[in-house]
Design a protein around this ligand. Structure first.
Ligand SMILES: [Zn+2]
Length: 300
């Protein structure tokens, strides 16, 4: 195995980490040399600042030199260094292809005490594609690094998925307590949405025509003496089943709109479609309001 303490085994990082004006080289664990600037490292990290200020530390990292520049061998690989140093340069923040890389860069920024970088990473996480594509994993990362805002936002987005969302290696670092709180949050949101559905159903159940021959529902709406026609009750029940799966108004709208198989008499059938349409529109808003009132408990 090649040793990265030897200049003969390393390669150079591409632009923008190849500046001839650099005054230090950071050597990654996979043997890539990043030419960089002490002042930028010092300004962003108290750890680097004291390292460069202390005469004894200076002598240590000056032991290894390349092209006249001191070489500092770090534990991070070139992917992490590219991401981390990208935040310290004046132009443009880096992008991350995976949440795993984002997580490793955050961990490194934390290790070096780079508060501004951590703040920028948190903002980036809030606006990242990962929020939509893998909110469960984002929730785990946010809890791991104690980022309340992304944790709350990601928890809410997990409601669009089944609680058993796709596995991510990011879950390995999250505490069991934080995942438990997510389950409790899901349950509370389901309950709140079901309550909103029942309330709306009671308020909006259709009044049948005198000639209607549809059966009355054998079960009244829960907690009420109101009798409704069986087709309306079936409709509400079908939506109830879906609410345990998807919990945002938009998704419920899609599900409910597909329920067009109305087992109603000829007097009710046409009216039923109008009832469904209006009901779904209202339900979308009611569910969103009901869910927004539930707050996940965040404890770090
Ligand atoms: Zn009828």
């Amino acid at each position: 195995m090649a040793t990265i303490s030897s200049n003969a085994t390393v390669t150079d990082a591409p632009k923008p980490f190849d500046s001839p004006k650099a005054d230090i080289i950071l050597r990654s664990s996979d043997g890539i040399d990043f030419r960089f600037f002490k002042v930028l490292l010092s300004l962003s990290s108290p750890l680097f600042s004291s390292m460069f200020d202390l005469p004894s530390a200076k002598a240590d990292h000056d032991d290894l030199r390349r092209d006249g520049l001191p070489v500092l061998v770090v534990q991070e690989d070139s992917h992490v260094l590219t991401g981390l140093l990208g935040f310290l340069r004046p132009c443009g923040a880096p992008q991350f292809d995976t949440l795993e890389l984002f997580s490793r860069v955050f961990q490194t920024a934390d290790k070096y005490g780079m508060e501004d970088v951590m703040g920028a990473l948190e903002s980036m996480l809030m606006a990242s594609k990962f929020m939509e594509s893998e909110p469960g994993a984002v929730y785990a990362v946010a809890c791991t690094y104690k980022l309340e805002k992304p944790a709350r936002a990601a928890a809410k987005l997990t409601l669009r998925q089944s609680m058993l969302f796709p596995f991510s290696s990011m879950l390995e670092s999250a505490s069991a307590a934080s995942l438990y709180r997510l389950i409790i949050y899901h349950q509370a949101c389901v309950e709140s949405a079901l309550q909103a559905l029942r309330t709306l159903a009671l308020r909006n159940h259709p009044t049948p025509s005198r000639s209607c021959t549809c059966l009355w529902a054998t079960s009244p709406l829960k907690g009420s003496e109101v009798l409704v026609k069986q087709w309306f009750w079936d409709y509400v029940q079908a939506i109830s089943n879906d609410i345990t799966r998807v919990l945002c108004g938009e998704a419920i709208h899609c599900v409910a709109s597909r329920l067009s198989d109305v087992k109603a008499c000829s007097y009710c059938r046409e009216a039923a479609m109008m009832v469904f349409s209006r009901f779904v529109e209202n339900l979308q808003d009611e569910v969103d309001v009901a869910v927004s009132q539930i707050k996940i408990e965040i404890k770090f």
